[in-house]
Design a protein around this ligand. Sequence first.
Ligand SMILES: Nc1nc2c(c(=O)[nH]1)N[C@H]1C(S)=C(S)[C@@H](COP(=O)(O)OP(=O)(O)OC[C@H]3O[C@@H](n4cnc5c(=O)[nH]c(N)nc54)[C@H](O)[C@@H]3O)O[C@H]1N2
Ligand SMILES: Nc1nc2c(c(=O)[nH]1)N[C@H]1C(S)=C(S)[C@@H](COP(=O)(O)OP(=O)(O)OC[C@H]3O[C@@H](n4cnc5c(=O)[nH]c(N)nc54)[C@H](O)[C@@H]3O)O[C@H]1N2
Ligand SMILES: [Mo]
Length: 784
Amino acid sequence: MSQSRQAPDAPSVAAQEPPLAGLARDPKVFSYRNPAGGWGALKSVGKHLWHSRSPLLNARSLFKLNQPDGFDCPGCAWGDPEHGSSFEFCENGVKAVTWEATAKRVTREFFARHSVSELKTWDDYQLEDQGRLVEPMRYNAETDHYEPITWEAALDLVAQELKALPTPDDAIFYTSGKAANESAYIFQLLARRFGTNNLPDCSNMCHEASGVALTAALGTGKGSVRLEDFERAEAIFVFGQNPGTNHPRMLGVLREAAERGATIVSFNPLKERGLEKFADPQKPMEMLHNGSHRISTFYFRPKLGGDMAAVRGMAKALFERDAAGEAVLDHAFLAAHTAHLEAYRVRVEATEWADLEAQSGLSVREMREAAELYARSRATIACWAMGITQHVHSVATVREIVNLLMLCGNLGKPGAGTSPVRGHSNVQGDRTMGIFEKPADALLDALEAYYQCPMPRHHGVDSVAAVKAMRDQPGKVFIGLAGNFTRAISDSGVTEQAMANCALTAFISTKLNRSHLITGREALILPCLGRSEIDRNAAGQAQLITVEDSMSMVHGSAGINRPADKALRSEVAILTGIAERLFGDDDSVAWATLREDYDRIREHIAAVIPGFDDFNTRVREPRGFWLANPVARREFDTASGQAEFSDDALPAEVMHQRLAAREGWITLQTMRSHDQYNTTVYGYDDRYRGIENGRRVIFLNQEDIARLGFAAGQWVDLIGESEDGVTRRADGFKIVAYDTPAGCAAAYYPETNPLIPLDHKGEQSHTPASKSVAVRLAASARLA
Ligand SMILES: Nc1nc2c(c(=O)[nH]1)N[C@H]1C(S)=C(S)[C@@H](COP(=O)(O)OP(=O)(O)OC[C@H]3O[C@@H](n4cnc5c(=O)[nH]c(N)nc54)[C@H](O)[C@@H]3O)O[C@H]1N2
Ligand SMILES: Nc1nc2c(c(=O)[nH]1)N[C@H]1C(S)=C(S)[C@@H](COP(=O)(O)OP(=O)(O)OC[C@H]3O[C@@H](n4cnc5c(=O)[nH]c(N)nc54)[C@H](O)[C@@H]3O)O[C@H]1N2
Ligand SMILES: [Mo]
């Protein structure tokens, strides 16, 4: 056992965490009255181009973004139109590109100047803002500095540490959704060839609940709609998502839908600017007149974790109307394509309106109104994101959304279906490539048949289980393909101690982040090419990579910029380099040949992964190809062969109900500001929410501020639950009075991750429940 558990009164594990620099800022609050997008977005683009110190290079990069001959935007996973050119303006896509194509570099001199202990006091913004990593570095515990190491020695060290492990299951292979299909395929092959399914990924912290719920209900874990369905939908419901910041290109689609008269309905405790009003920076006339379009025709504001109850309330209203003889349900669809409707109806009828109101925070009238909007539409899409998937009862909530869609036949017809809007640009593709700790036998069979070697059958660890394993059994090897695992996952204090227990931590990264600073006995930074850069093989030929978006479109991506440094290697080169050292030259996988020509990797993918026949030809078509989704044909690969209703009971109480009785406690959601990409912080502003020059703020309902005995503008420390003996706190947050439902607070992630116990996670999904965290506030020693 490691020393991760502490007595409640011991010094807090998180006390070491708050980055001093971020703490010193004094955030300002202002009132943002303009629509989302618009001039503010253009101004911000200019600022970020300039800050990258290579504005011209970056301006050129932007014109190749999401073009058939360019590279895939490293921002979100929203789809591209299949036809025509699509230079889609997206402020946050610009930030993602310029952040990668910066002229700044993190050199060996930088690491000589700054010890790791010193860098640990820097905040996330400062670390990444140093620029691109350029050469492999190894941590020297004696000097407390990272020092240069050759690629050969670095890869030797990884292989040596892996070979020294007692069992293959002592290795953990983490993937962030930035990784392209080719790297992801090689990574899972490396892990499995090594003998483990320990392939946790960022999906475990993200849309896992969607995958679990959709697979159980419909037989496939992916969304069923394509981009053109948004052109035909009569209603679009957006649950728990902030597209204005996180999927800005989706706003254009919503706005077009609104213009042609579709009903747009949002469910969000916060009034997100992007969902209310949007001015398109690509429509100059509109901007000149400062016009903007209302996006959400209707806006419901449930309490945190209240969506399952809200949707059930809608279903209850529909069943009541059906019982009264109104033609609101699609009985033909229900009879032909669904199973277990009666059990569901019984469950819904047994759920009391009073309980639905108490849990959802919506009134019966509002739930009936939402049901009416839904019933009126003949084709409805339901979109959702983290506001739905990061709760304890997220799987049940997603299933309830699917239940609702089924009631009116909104599956497998134009303009209707499920749309879990994914996060990372290739997170969906990574799963398709086999990045999954619980692989299906079919995948393992296919791998065994193709490579003629055995694959491990027992399941591996997901992200939370990986932390527990490292906490409880020191000496593991952790390899991160992209991402910032240590910072992204919950319970930062516990996680940092778990990572420090490792024999080796090695990260394949483009930018410096906190994961690099929490070192195992050995630690390596392995810097790689980014997506915007040209990836050449030994013969000088540029390689193509591929990605899959949220609508299951697979397409190519080719970098156009010169690599940030000639020492950088591609992800595939680094991974195959490790594999060669582990398995030798005459391995059944010819690793070196794969590195030399990614077409060969795609040949392997075509042979092993269903749906990729003729991959190399099809991916070269301008917009790629669609991985057909059987749900779109009303085919359901479930036990019954039908779309299955679930009849889960409502949770007895969700967090806001539990905390109502605990004096001084409040439910906190941890979310993204407009100036961040997950743990990558581009700046200290959150324009649409009216915050400037700081991230350590807590948004609270005015009445809660008074009830808790504080005042707006006051500094507080946030204290989390400690029933398991771990003290959890994050210090120094400024109170901002905000329009959020009573009992529901909000603050930015990752600064709030120290507050979330590892075990506070989704049932079945094991996703940290980062949208319903119990916290209490204490006056802070930090004075204004
Ligand atoms: N610019 C930018 N783009 C991104 C990212 C980024 O960080 N920056 N991250 C990418 C990734 S990996 C992901 S997963 C996505 C994330 O995209 P989002 O899911 O939009 O991300 P969050 O900021 O976590 O926003 C959660 C939203 O849900 C609402 N919410 C919280 N709890 C509840 C609830 O209980 N019920 C309801 N109805 N709403 C709730 C919040 O008020 C907020 O509007 O974006 C992707 N795109
Ligand atoms: N409290 C709380 N925690 C959360 C969430 C939340 O809403 N609240 N959201 C969760 C979600 S949805 C997600 S997806 C995770 C995100 O978790 P991750 O995906 O692990 O984190 P990122 O912040 O996206 O990773 C950023 C790092 O990726 C590296 N990188 C960037 N581009 C590339 C590339 O092209 N190649 C390589 N090799 N490296 C690259 C850079 O070094 C950068 O520092 O966080 C989760 N954590
Ligand atoms: Mo995500």
